[in-house]
Design a protein. Structure first.
Length: 354
């Protein structure tokens, strides 16, 4: 009969394994982000895949594979359709930018009279033509770095795609395997914990959908009210990009300002530059209302957290961990709270699900 390990050896071995796992996580830390993104995408798509699996009676593997192939085909087709339009719009934007640059140069060339004193703007402001020339001169130097970054992002995109595919296809098997590693006496508790954690993440994503709807409607109304061309499309873009905290709405605002600067207002008697500044002001007002009041309340109710904690957590995550941290920080904190409460009640001999 094999002799059991003594307690001291078990503790040392457990400590060594934990340290080894932490070192491995540190070594592959750059891989964590793409894996988390793939897991989030799989979590969002899983209900749709299950519905198709039940309604079509096809195997889940077949549904996921067909969905992946159709999605890739649609993306390739969309890229082929939009490429000519993007090239044309880029040329138009380049022409408009050159005209704006010429207007700025003419404005700077004339002295400014302020309080009876003449100010030479050419001495205060930089030479914009030289800045553009220097920027063009550095294009060959930066081309290699751009190619390197593009290749790296393509590899991460493939990792995200593979993670999403395999989690959608084999999630039930992976979940059951994890449950089977737990002692049988503890498996009912683990399954109840799993349901609670799943409810938190589902509630968080439902809150995101509600926030996207609110932001899309409000920005559409605001852009229509000031006569911004393409107001509906820009409002929809603002709503969709709200899933990316702070950065997404900022991208939508930049697009709106570019449209305002190039096209101007449909009915307000303002210059394009003044109208673009108006668009920026409207965005700043609305985005602060969303960030300070609306988003914390929606997410707080979705995961049962205080709105103030939600606001501080998102701001801290944006500063410390970037966009991905801001996306997952709220459900992650709520999940940690559930696990902590369970562990505390078990340690104090209380009912963990009371």
């Amino acid at each position: 009969m094999r002799k059991p390990w003594n307690s001291t050896f078990r503790y040392w071995l457990a400590t060594a394994l934990i340290l080894f796992m932490l070192a491995a996580l540190w070594f592959v830390r750059e891989l964590i982000g793409p894996l988390v993104i793939g897991a989030l995408i799989a979590f969002v798509l899983n209900p749709s895949v299950n519905m198709l699996h039940r309604s079509t009676r096809l195997s889940k593997s077949t549904v996921v594979t067909l969905g992946l192939l159709i999605t890739l085909a649609l993306l390739i087709g969309l890229g082929a359709i939009l490429s000519p339009a993007l090239v044309t719009e880029s040329q138009v934007l380049s022409t408009d930018f050159q005209e704006i640059l010429s207007d700025v140069q003419v404005f700077v060339a004339e002295p400014l009279i302020f309080l009876g004193r003449q100010i030479d703007l050419q001495r205060v402001l930089p030479d914009f033509s030289n800045l553009v020339t220097e920027g063009i001169a550095t294009i060959p130097e930066n081309a290699f770095h751009l190619l390197e970054a593009t290749s790296r992002n393509l590899i991460w995109a493939l990792v995200i795609l593979a993670t999403t595919y395999y989690l959608l296809r084999d999630w039930e098997h992976l979940r059951d395997w994890v449950f089977n590693q737990v002692p049988k006496a503890e498996q009912p508790d683990m399954r109840r914990l799993y349901k609670q954690l799943k409810g938190i993440w589902l509630g968080y994503f439902r809150g995101n959908l509600l926030l996207m709807l609110i932001v899309g409607v409000v920005f559409t109304i605001a852009w229509l009210a000031i006569g911004l061309p393409g107001a509906v499309i820009l409002g929809v873009i603002a709503g969709l990009l709200t899933i990316i905290p702070d950065l997404g709405p900022a991208i939508a605002a930049v697009l709106a300002m570019v449209v305002a600067l190039v096209e101007g207002s449909n009915f307000l008697p303002l210059t394009n530059l003044v109208f673009a500044l108006l668009v920026l002001g409207v965005y700043l007002v609305l985005i602060n209302i969303k960030s300070i009041w609306i988003r914390p309340r929606i997410f707080g109710r979705s995961v049962h957290m205080h709105a103030g904690v939600v606001f501080v957590a998102i701001m801290a995550a944006v500063i410390l961990q970037g966009v991905l941290g801001a996306i997952v920080v709220i459900p992650l904190l709520a999940s940690v709270g559930v696990l902590f409460r369970y562990a505390y009640r078990r340690l104090t001999d209380q009912d963990p699900f009371d």
